[in-house]
Design a protein around this ligand. Structure first.
Ligand code: XMP
Length: 508
């Protein structure tokens, strides 16, 4: 494996992505990860990430110096290069000319890192400091007109440093540079595949749980579904899934879960009909934060009750993903932010069970690839995100059965029409929101006074920012007329044309 030490760069996760795409397993750990643990990982290579600090600043982040005694191939990127320079006795200064953005570098010495690449390369720079004097036993490998040491190496060892960012798209040959490091310098092999990952995880789950039972809260979303499929492959009916129908689900959700994870598919899945309970607790509650809290708490109590009935269960499985677990010094990624308001967050703390988290080393798209490997249907793997508190955040004000019916029917129409024109995969989300207002309309000869539905469709890459989607007029028109004709109690449809920020994707 390759160890990536994180010094706070916004690109640390990208480094991991590039290494994995090259077929090599890697893990990110914080820069101050204990030396004993580093040695125990027995990495075949170490990457020191970039970071916002200056090496000459007081209390700048530094790894345990014994790391450099391990004799492991090392690649320092940006701040990582500067660390190498200062550690081995060179000198780093604030550059006179800060370099941000594209730069052209010239390779000055033949070496493994740039093997097979042209002598002139376009790269992406982002730094305010630069090496001024190299340590005695280092040599320059590449330069720009304003910086003599944009790539360096220690003579007779496999310690390299680059001042630019090979991990970003704006360094077109970055992938080759990283591949050269992995294969030519570290001697890795590109043998990390989803099939091999699934196999090692199956073995490790079996070792961890033995003959014990494991429970899992199955939501029908990508993460819990893939976790269920993996655990099922490992321990079959020792896995007990609990699916809670809280009454706030989309149309057909319960049937889908029953079909894919039910007894007919060989799963031990309990489907709990808790619709009445949730509705009762939500009666009269209009405040969105209170609604979310009630739903979260109620979910935990339903789940706990069921778990208790199973008696003696020691393990709780969760589909936690990598971005949620990295103890990174970098700002955590968007999925971590989304998860902060996920409604099963409080579960592990309450249950006092040992956690089984077989996806904790995977990124979202890797989870999808694993799901495919395990035969999880695309209708689950390729779904748009859906909030934990469900349709409750898409009904403004109090949630009632009648309002749930309206928003659920409208949502299904939006989904069907978006799918019909092949836009479902292109949009981040598309859904319906029910407004708690009535407006006047006419139907036939009658005057109506009914609800309004808002259609929301957004493009986004990470939910942190989003732009409203310019849906084709015919699609909007079809959605509107179908909702008004088919959803009883709705006489008006509006389209949300606000972006995030300042608006959010969901209305509550
Ligand atoms: P907002 O509305 O904050 O949503 O722009 C960003 C993304 O997060 C999803 N979302 C939630 N997910 N529980 C969740 O699990 C929630 O309470 C929740 N609220 C919003 C939302 O669908 C969007 O993709």
């Amino acid at each position: 494996m390759i160890l990536i030490l994180d010094f706070g760069s916004q690109y640390t996760q990208l480094i991991a992505r590039r290494v994995r795409e090259a077929g090599v397993y890697c893990e990110i750990h914080p820069y101050n990860y204990p030396f004993g643990k580093i040695a125990a990982l027995r990495p075949k290579g170490v990457v020191l990430s970039g970071g916002p600090a200056s090496v000459y600043a007081n209390r700048s982040p530094r790894p345990d110096g014994r790391l450099f005694g391990l004799n492991v191939p090392t690649l320092g990127i940006c701040y990582g290069l500067q660390l190498l320079v200062t550690h081995f006795g060179g000198h780093v200064v604030k550059s006179r000319k800060r370099e941000y953005g594209p730069a052209e570098i010239g390779v000055t010495q033949d070496n493994e890192l740039f093997r097979g690449l042209p002598r002139t390369l376009n790269v992406w720079m982002s730094h305010g400091d630069a090496a001024e004097k190299l340590p005695e036993d280092f040599v320059p490998l590449a330069q720009t007109p304003s910086a003599p040491y944009v790539a360096i190496r220690q003579k007779n060892t496999n310690v390299f440093g680059v001042q630019f960012h090979p991990e970003v798209h704006h360094t077109p040959q970055g992938k080759e540079i990283i591949a050269n490091f992995l294969f030519r310098v570290c001697g890795e092999k590109p043998d990390w595949t989803m099939a091999s990952f699934a196999e090692t995880q199956v073995q490790s789950i079996r070792r961890q749980v033995g003959r014990e039972k494991v429970i899992l809260a199955l939501s029908g979303g990508v993460d819990s579904s893939v976790a269920a499929a993996l655990l099922h492959r490992a321990i079959g009916r020792q896995l007990h899934c609990i699916f809670v129908d809280n009454g706030l689900l989309r149309a057909g959700e319960r049937e889908r879960v029953r079909k894919i994870f039910g007894a007919a598919a060989g799963y031990e899945t309990e489907i709990v009909d808790a619709r009445k309970r949730f509705l009762k607790k939500l009666k009269g509650v209009a405040d969105p934060e209170r609604k979310r809290k009630i739903i979260g708490r109620e979910f935990i109590s339903v789940f706990e009750e069921r778990a208790r009935r199973l008696k003696g269960v020691k393990y709780l499985a969760q589909g936690t993903l990598y971005p949620d677990v990295i103890e990174s010094v970098s700002v955590k990624g968007p999925s971590a932010t989304i998860k902060t308001h996920h409604n099963v967050g409080g579960l592990p703390a309450r249950m006092r069970m040992t956690l089984v988290e077989p996806l904790r080393f995977l990124f979202k798209d890797e989870v999808r690839a694993l799901g495919r490997e395990l035969g999880v249907p695309e209708e689950i793997l390729l779904r748009q995100p859906f909030p934990g508190p469900g349709l409750a955040v898409r009904i403004l004000g109090e949630v009632t059965e009648e309002k749930l019916r309206k928003v659920r029917e409208a949502d299904l129409i939006v989904e069907q029409e978006i799918r019909a024109v092949g836009l479902y995969q292109k949009l981040w989300q598309a859904f319906a929101v029910l407004l708690p207002v009535n407006s006047v309309g006419v139907m036939g000869d009658e005057r109506t006074y009914e609800n309004a539905i808002v259609v929301r469709a957004v493009n986004s890459v990470d939910a942190m920012t989003a732009d409203w989607a310019r849906l084709p007029e015919e699609v909007l028109s079809k959605i509107s007329s179908r909702i008004i004709n088919e959803v009883r109690g709705v006489n008006r449809v509006a389209y949300d044309i606000s972006s995030k920020p300042p608006a959010t994707i969901e209305w509550e």
